[in-house]
Design a protein around this ligand. Structure first.
Ligand code: GSF
Length: 204
């Protein structure tokens, strides 16, 4: 198996953390998806990372499909519960974290366009989504040790990748550490895990 990804990509980080927690061996190849014609297009028409190449040739995307596949191939450290209601709760956390990130990425992509083409209204709309997303994450986590239930799961991984990337890129100047002490505590605890520490985004 080979994972096409990039180090700063938060969705790639989610997959790399799942691989590490589940002790699954996988090659990692850095792929630059910035140019319209890029090496990922041949495997994934969307030209996005992460994309996972299976040994028999199938390419899996996006990160949600990849992590579901990885969790099912090894019984070590199950990260997505079997029970329907529990699974939906964990995947809802993932949708909240990934959706907040999606808004953050749109802010960043907009900021990279020529200044005179940037829309303050568009950026403001995405910033609203990101801020409401983080507010919900902080409120639903509260003082609990984990996002869902009594144990570490994909919910914590997804939220941690969202926090790590928002801190790295600071889209719209959002600073969750200043606003939410519980998220600071939570991210600090996640970073004690080698899977998190080893995949941290580069210092901005
Ligand atoms: C999002 C992947 C994505 O936007 C997933 O895998 O969960 N829903 C997808 N990846 C970005 C890189 S990133 O993580 O910052 C990407 O590939 N962008 C290139 C593009 O053309 O959008």
């Amino acid at each position: 198996m080979k994972l096409l990804g990039s180090v700063p990509s938060p969705y790639t980080r989610k997959v790399r953390i799942v691989l590490a927690e589940k002790k699954i061996d996988c090659d990692f190849e850095v792929a630059d998806v910035n140019p319209p014609e890029n090496p990922v297009n041949a495997h994934n028409p969307l030209g996005k990372v992460p994309t996972l190449l299976l040994d028999e040739g199938t390419a899996l995307f996006d990160s949600r499909v990849i992590v579901e596949f990885l969790d099912s191939v090894s019984p070590i450290s199950r990260l997505i519960p079997d029970d329907n209601r529990e699974r939906v709760a964990v995947r809802r956390w993932e949708a909240l974290a990934d959706g907040s990130l999606d808004a953050g990425l749109l802010i960043r992509y907009e900021s990279l366009r020529p200044k005179n083409e940037q829309s303050a209204a568009w950026t403001g709309k995405q910033a609203g989504k990101l801020k409401r997303g983080l507010a919900m994450i902080a409120a639903e986590l509260g003082d609990k040790p984990w996002c869902h239930g009594e144990r570490y799961s994909l919910a914590d991984i997804a939220v941690g990748c969202c926090l790590g990337w928002v801190e790295f890129r600071k889209p719209g100047g959002v600073d969750w550490r200043a606003e939410y002490p519980n998220l600071e505590r939570f991210y600090g605890k996640l970073m004690e895990r080698p899977a998190f520490a080893d995949t941290a985004p580069p210092k901005a």
